[in-house]
Design a protein around this ligand. Sequence first.
Ligand code: CMP
Length: 145
Amino acid sequence: MTERTVVLVKPDGFAKKVVGQVIDRFERAGLNVVALKMVRLTPKLLDVWYVHHKDKPFFLSLVADMMATPVVAMVLEGEGAIQIVFDICGPTDPAQAPAGTIRKDFGESKPKNVVHRSDSAEAAEKEIGLLFKPEELFLGESRGF
Ligand code: CMP
């Protein structure tokens, strides 16, 4: 099934200058970049984005970390995109991530794990709605090839 999913290159990934390498890994896996931009996240947006983490002890530091610099936000589309992106990113904790995953290769810790990716198709649709206007998405035939 063709799926869409959101990836953010977080401030630690942005500071490490691995934006191009991150995108390259998804494109090499056959996924299409259908939206891409830099954006400064706000407390208001992050409150909704991370509502499921609001009661966690790391919530305030997570919000601060995510606002440290702009992030690079993208929507990726392809057959089974959600699982493919999971596998390419690796688990939240870089220490637990298999070799060759983004988080193993570039991550330092749970807070500094380089990328965010949507947890599910439902989460992806919520995140797309929070970050992208309809005209910023270039899906299917609107890609022009
Ligand atoms: P992300 O996929 O963006 O979703 C929530 C984020 O919280 C997670 O990646 C981590 O970067 C961040 N985080 C910070 N501290 C922790 C922690 N102790 N456990 C899990 N996630 C954490």
